[in-house]
Design a protein around this ligand. Structure first.
Ligand SMILES: *[C@@H]1O[C@H](CO)[C@@H](O)[C@H](O)[C@H]1NC(C)=O
Ligand SMILES: *[C@@H]1O[C@H](CO)[C@@H](O)[C@H](O)[C@H]1NC(C)=O
Ligand SMILES: *[C@@H]1O[C@H](CO)[C@@H](O)[C@H](O)[C@H]1NC(C)=O
Ligand SMILES: *[C@@H]1O[C@H](CO)[C@@H](O)[C@H](O)[C@H]1NC(C)=O
Ligand SMILES: *[C@@H]1O[C@H](CO)[C@@H](O)[C@H](O)[C@H]1NC(C)=O
Ligand SMILES: *[C@@H]1O[C@H](CO)[C@@H](O)[C@H](O)[C@H]1NC(C)=O
Length: 929
C-alpha cells in the first residue's frame, strides 16, 4: 500500500510539475467500456455512490434498466481477484489505483495482491479505414506485473451473459428473458463463443437493444486457454476454485436467466513475473444487415455493414480482429496522442472532453454498403446511418448531425458525406417541400425516408447546406454538391425568402419564439454556403446571386439583432431583455464565410464574459427564454466557445462543459442538455451517450485545413474501400490512402506530440481515491453549496489526495466526504424520478409535443403512471440472493440516482453479509433460485 501510495504521489508530482493546471480530477458518471455501434454501447456507470468496476455490473448505455452480467477475474497463486462484475465468486477485491480515459481507451490500473494489473478497454476509432471502423468489436486486455519481483501463478478469466444481445430481460427473479441459444466454435487461430436470440426479429429493438444480432466472445488460441458455456453458478466458482474451465458447453437452450448461462474463456499463464503480451478478449455484437433504407422511388435497399466488403463471414472477421490487436493498439495510441496533442493547445481540461465523447460519436454510426445479390464487395454506394442515441432515437437526425459534425470533420470529413448521402438522395425528388427534412426515419434502424411537413424549415435547411459545404471543403469531394445541386438550391431559395424574420419556426432546441437571432443567422450562413456550393460547381451566376442575398441578409440581420446600445446581440429582434448563446455563428467560422464582422464577435465575447459571471454552477443557458428550466447544452457551449475572440472566455466556457462532464451526482453519461444548477439530465436522456456530443470537437474542427473541391471526375464516396476520404483528416491518410499517423507524429507535429509523450500518460491521469463506504449521515447540503462548483464524488479508490486535489482545493478527506455519497442522492430528489417524461416541458412547443408523442409511443405509460422502457426489469445475472434483490428492485425506472444509491447500499450490505459468512466459515452460500 505504501508503495502504491508513493507511486501515486510520484505521478501526482509529475502532473503537478508538468502541467500548468495541476488541479485535475476528472470524474465522469459513466465511462465507456465497449462502444462501437448504435447497438453495441456498454458502459461502466460510475455515478456517485457506485461501486468500483471490480465490484459492479457494466450496462448498456441506457442504464440502469440494462445491466450486463460481464465479469473479469485474475487468479494469483490460487487467490481470485475481481476486476469486473458484482457477483460473489472471488476471494478478494483488487484495489483501483488509477483510471485513464483516452479517446479510444478506458484504462483501469489495479493492484491484485502482489500483482500490478492493468485492464484496458479499447474501442478502436478508425476514421479513415471504414472496414475497421465498421467492425462492431471491442478489445478487453489485461496485463500484470509482479510488484515484489517474484514469479506468481497467474490465471485469468472473463465471461458474459446474453444480456448484450437482447433487451428482453427477465421481469422478475425466477422469470426468464428472451430465449437464447449459443455455440462454441473455433478457427485455426481463434476460439469464440456465439450467442443469439432463438428468434431473431429483424430491425426490431427492445429498450434500445436490437433483437437481430449475434454476440461473440473470442480469444486467440493459446496453450493455457480453457473455455466453458454453462451457468454463472458453475463457471465462476469453478474458475475461483480451480483456475480453469472444462472446455464443455451446455446444450439445453432456454430463456435468458433461467438459468444465467455465461460464455467463459480463461487462460492459465503458469508461473510468471509479468505477462509477456496482454491477455486479450474480443467482444462483439454483429448485425447484418444493419438497416433497411427506402429510396425515394419506394424501393427498400438492404444495407450491410461495410466490413462485409473485406470479410465474407463472421469467423474470418473475428480471426482478423483478434490477430490485429497489437497493430490496432498502436493505431489507437497514435490517434489518442494526436487528438490529445491538438486538444492540449486549447486548454488543459479540453482533452478530457474529447476523450470522453470520441467513442460514442463514432459508435453512433453504422457505415453501410448495398447488400443483395450481385452487390457483394461493391463500395461505390456508401451510406452511413446515425442513431440519435440518448435523445430521439431517429435515423440521421439532422440537428444532431450538425452538432456532431465537428468531430467527423476533424477525424475524417468523408464520414460526414456518407451521412449526408441518404438524406440528400431522399429529398432530390421532393419538390413539394421547399425546406429540408429533419431525418430519414422516426425509429432507428428503419430508414423509411423523409416524414413530411414540419416547423424546422430554417433550422434544418441551414444545417444541411452548412454540412454539405463543410464536408466538401474539408474532404475536397464535391460529388454530393453537383449531384444534389437542385435540392440544395431549393432549400437556399426557401432560406432567402424566410430566414431573416423567422415566424412560426421551431428551432431544434424546442424554441418557438418569433425572430430568433440565432436561428436567423443559421439560415443566412446557409445561403452563403449555397453561394460557395454554386461557385464550387461552376454555377457562377447563382454564386453571385446567393452572395448578394447573403450579404444583404447579414447586414439586415445585424441591424435587427443588435441591442439598442449596440454592445451585443439579442436573442430575439428588438427584445432588449432577450439573450442567447449565438452558437450558429460557429458555422460562419467553420466555413470561413466571414459574414459576422470581427468587432461584433469581440463585443459578443465581452458580453458572454459578463453573462458568465452569473452563470449557474454548471454553466450558462443557451437561451434565456428557457432560463426558468435552467437548461444548458454542452454542445452549444462548445460551439459558442469556438466563436469567441478571447481565449480566457473560451476556456471558461470549456471549463463549464468539463464541470458537467466531471459531475457525477447524477447518473447517466455526460449529457448534452442538462440543468445547470442541479446537473440533472434533461428528460433523463439529454443526448447522453449520443452523437451530439461530437460538438466537443468544435474548437478542433476550426484547425482542420480546407482543400480544393473537386466536382467532376472526383470519386463518389468510398470508391476505394481503404480511402473513403483522403487528404481530409489531418494526418490521417498516407500516399496509399491508408492511415499513416506514425509518419505524421514523427513529422509535422513532432514537437508537440513529443511533449505530450514526455508528459506521458500522467497528463491525462487522475488518481482515484478509495473511500470508505459513504454511509448515511454524511448529509450533503446541496442548496447551501449551490453557487459553488459542485464537487465531484471521487469514486473508485483510495485517498491519494496528492493525486486528486479538487478544484476548490479541499485537501481534507472529511470535507470532501461531506459532499458525496449515496445519502446525497436520496436527500436530493431530482426530476429524474419521473423517468422518460416528455422532454423540454415547454408549453405550446410543437417540438416538445412531437417529442412527447414519440416518447409516449416508445414508452407507453405503465399502469402506475410512470413510463417504462418496454417490459424490462433489470436483475442480476448472479443468483446470489442478496445481489438478486439488489438489482431486481431497480426496474424500468430510467436514470434514478436514488435507486443507484440504494443499489450501492444494498451492494455494501451484501458485502457485509458475505464477510460475515466468511467469518463463520460457512460453506459458500447456496444460490439456488
Ligand atoms: C477462495 O474462496 C473460496 C470460496 O469461498 C474458497 O473455497 C477458497 O479456499 C478461497 N481460496 C483462497 C486461496 O482463499
Ligand atoms: C502498473 O502498471 C501501469 C501500466 O499499466 C504503470 O503505469 C504503473 O506504473 C505500474 N505500477 C507499478 C506500481 O508498477
Ligand atoms: C463453426 O464455424 C464455421 C465457420 O463459420 C461454420 O461453418 C460452422 O457451422 C460452425 N460450427 C458450429 C457448430 O456452429
Ligand atoms: C422497423 O420496422 C420493422 C418492420 O416494420 C418493425 O418490425 C420494427 O419494429 C421497426 N423497428 C423499430 C425500432 O421501430
Ligand atoms: C484444470 O486444472 C486441473 C489442475 O489444476 C487439471 O487437472 C485439469 O486437467 C485442468 N483442466 C483443463 C481442461 O485443462
Ligand atoms: C420567394 O418569394 C418570391 C417573391 O415573393 C416568390 O416569387 C418565390 O416563389 C419564393 N420562393 C420560395 C422558394 O418560396
Amino acid at each position: 500500500m505504501a508503495a502504491v501510495l508513493s507511486i501515486c504521489v510520484l505521478i501526482g508530482i509529475l502532473v503537478l510539475s508538468a502541467v500548468a493546471d495541476a488541479q485535475r480530477s476528472f470524474f465522469p458518471s459513466a465511462i465507456p467500456l465497449a462502444v462501437r455501434s448504435p447497438h453495441f454501447s456498454l458502459w461502466y456507470q460510475s455515478t456517485a455512490g457506485a461501486q468500483p468496476l471490480l465490484n459492479s455490473w457494466p450496462s448498456f448505455w441506457n442504464a440502469p434498466t440494462s445491466i450486463i452480467g460481464w465479469t473479469g477475474r485474475i487468479r494469483v497463486d490460487e487467490v481470485t481477484y475481481s476486476w469486473m462484475g458484482n457477483d460473489a465468486f472471488w476471494n478478494n477485491t483488487a484495489d483501483i489505483i488509477d483510471i485513464q480515459i483516452t479517446p479510444t481507451r478506458s484504462i483501469f490500473v489495479m493492484q491484485a495482491g502482489p500483482m500490478n494489473v492493468t485492464v484496458t478497454y479499447l474501442s478502436p476509432i478508425e476514421p479513415s479505414d471504414w472496414v475497421n471502423q465498421s467492425i462492431p468489436f471491442s478489445y478487453i486486455s489485461v496485463e500484470a506485473q509482479s510488484l515484489d519481483g517474484a514469479t506468481h501463478h497467474i490465471q485469468m478469466y472473463s465471461d458474459i451473459t446474453s444480456e448484450f444481445i437482447t433487451g428482453i430481460r427477465p421481469l422478475a427473479v425466477g422469470q426468464g428473458g428472451a430465449p437464447v441459444k449459443w455455440q462454441n466454435n473455433r478457427t485455426a487461430q481463434t476460439l469464440y463463443h456465439e450467442t443469439e436470440p432463438e428468434i431473431l426479429q429483424q430491425y426490431t429493438e427492445v429498450a434500445e437493444q436490437a433483437q437481430d444480432g449475434r454476440g461473440y466472445y473470442a480469444m486467440a488460441l493459446s496453450p493455457g486457454l480453457t473455455w466453458e458455456i454453462d451457468t454463472d453458478l458453475t463457471c465462476r466458482p469453478r474458475f475461483m476454485n480451480s483456475g480453469n474451465l472444462t472446455n464443455t458447453q451446455q446444450t439445453t437452450f432456454g430463456p435468458m436467466g433461467l438459468p444465467w448461462i455465461v460464455y467463459a474463456i480463461a487462460v492459465d499463464l503458469g508461473m510468471v513475473q509479468s505477462t509477456s503480451s496482454p491477455v486479450t478478449w474480443a467482444l462483439g455484437y454483429v448485425r447484418d444487415p444493419v438497416a433497411p433504407y427506402t429510396t425515394p422511388s419506394g424501393m427498400t435497399e438492404i444495407r450491410r455493414p461495410y466490413w462485409t466488403t473485406r470479410y465474407s463471414d463472421v469467423s474470418s472477421l473475428i480471426d482478423a480482429f483478434v490477430a490485429d490487436y497489437p497493430a490496432a493498439l498502436d493505431r489507437a495510441v497514435a490517434l489518442d496522442e494526436r487528438i490529445l496533442a491538438d486538444a492540449a493547445k486549447i486548454s488543459p481540461q479540453y482533452g478530457d472532453l474529447v476523450s470522453l465523447v470520441a467513442r460514442q460519436v463514432m459508435g453512433a454510426l453504422d457505415i453501410t454498403v448495398l447488400g443483395g445479390p450481385g452487390n457483394d464487395g461493391d463500395v461505390t454506394d456508401v451510406k452511413a446511418f446515425m442513431k440519435d442515441i440518448g435523445s430521439t432515437l431517429r435515423v440521421n437526425p439532422v440537428e444532431s448531425m450538425f452538432a456532431a459534425f465537428p468531430a467527423y470533420l476533424y477525424l475524417n470529413a468523408s464520414l460526414g458525406g456518407a451521412l449526408l448521402a441518404p438524406l440528400l438522395q431522399s429529398q432530390d425528388g421532393l419538390v413539394g417541400q421547399p425546406y429540408a427534412a429533419q431525418d430519414i426515419g422516426a425509429s432507428y434502424p428503419n430508414a423509411t425516408g423523409t416524414r413530411g411537413a414540419h416547423q424546422q424549415g430554417i433550422e434544418q435547411s441551414g444545417n444541411m447546406l452548412i454540412m454539405m459545404y463543410a464536408h466538401a471543403r474539408v474532404s475536397g469531394d464535391g460529388s454530393l454538391l453537383s449531384r444534389h445541386y437542385d435540392t440544395a438550391k431549393r432549400w437556399a431559395d426557401y432560406l432567402v425568402n424566410n430566414t431573416l424574420t423567422p415566424l412560426n419556426q421551431d428551432s431544434a432546441d424546442g424554441l418557438t419564439n418569433p425572430n430568433m437571432t440565432n436561428l436567423a443567422i443559421k439560415g443566412i450562413i446557409g445561403v452563403k454556403a449555397m453561394a460557395e456550393i454554386s461557385r464550387a460547381t461552376h454555377h457562377d451566376s447563382d454564386a453571385q446571386q446567393y452572395d448578394s442575398h447573403a450579404t444583404a441578409l447579414a447586414g439586415s440581420w445585424l441591424s435587427l439583432s443588435e441591442s439598442s446600445d449596440q454592445q451585443h446581440l439579442l436573442g430575439q429582434y428588438g427584445d432588449q431583455s432577450s439573450s442567447a448563446m449565438l452558437y450558429n455563428i460557429y458555422a460562419d467560422l467553420l466555413l470561413n464565410t466571414s459574414l459576422i464582422p470581427q468587432d461584433v464577435l469581440a463585443k459578443q465575447t465581452q458580453y458572454y464574459s459578463t453573462l458568465l459571471q452569473s452563470a449557474g454552477p454548471l454553466g450558462l443557458y443557451f437561451d434565456k427564454s428557457l432560463s426558468n428550466l435552467h437548461l444548458a447544452s454542452s454542445a452549444w457551449t462548445l460551439f459558442t466557445a469556438a466563436t469567441v475572440t478571447d481565449d480566457g472566455v473560451r476556456n471558461q466556457l470549456v471549463q463549464y462543459a468539463w464541470d458537467r462532464a466531471s459531475f457525477n451526482k447524477t447518473a447517466g453519461q455526460f449529457p448534452d442538455v442538462y440543468d445547470y444548477i442541479t446537473g440533472d439530465i434533461s428528460d433523463n436522456r439529454g443526448g447522453r451517450a449520443g452523437p451530439a456530443l461530437g460538438a466537443m470537437f468544435a474548437p478542433l474542427a476550426l484547425t482542420v485545413p480546407n482543400t480544393t473541391i473537386v466536382v467532376s471526375g472526383g470519386s463518389p464516396l468510398g470508391d476505394n474501400p481503404d480511402s473513403p476520404g483522403s487528404g481530409n483528416s489531418p494526418g490521417s491518410t498516407g500516399s496509399n490512402g491508408k492511415p499513416n499517423i506514425g509518419a505524421i507524429v514523427g513529422g509535422a507535429v513532432g514537437g508537440v506530440v513529443l511533449l505530450a509523450i514526455a508528459l506521458g500518460a500522467g497528463f491525462f491521469k487522475f488518481c482515484w481515491h478509495r473511500r470508505r463506504q459513504q454511509r448515511a449521515g454524511a448529509a450533503y447540503h446541496y442548496k447551501e453549496d449551490i453557487f459553488e462548483h459542485p464537487q465531484p464524488y471521487e469514486y473508485g479508490l483510495a485517498s491519494q489526495q496528492e493525486c486528486s486535489p479538487n478544484r476548490l482545493g479541499y485537501a481534507d478527506a472529511d470535507t470532501r466526504r461531506a459532499h458525496a455519497g449515496p445519502a446525497d442522492q436520496a436527500a436530493h430528489p431530482s426530476p429524474s424520478n419521473a423517468p422518460y417524461a416528455p422532454p423540454y416541458p415547454i408549453v405550446g412547443s410543437s417540438k416538445a409535443r412531437e417529442r412527447a408523442r414519440e416518447m409516449e409511443q416508445r414508452y407507453p405509460l405503465s399502469p402506475s403512471g410512470s413510463a417504462e422502457p418496454g417490459p424490462i426489469t433489470p436483475r442480476t445475472p448472479n443468483s446470489d440472493v442478496m445481489s438478486s434483490r439488489t438489482e431486481s428492485g431497480t426496474g424500468g425506472s430510467g436514470v434514478t440516482t436514488d435507486l443507484l444509491g440504494l443499489r450501492a447500499e444494498l451492494e455494501n450490505l451484501r458485502r457485509v453479509m458475505r464477510g460475515l459468512r466468511e467469518e463463520r466459515l460457512d460453506p459458500p452460500p447456496q444460490y439456488g433460485n
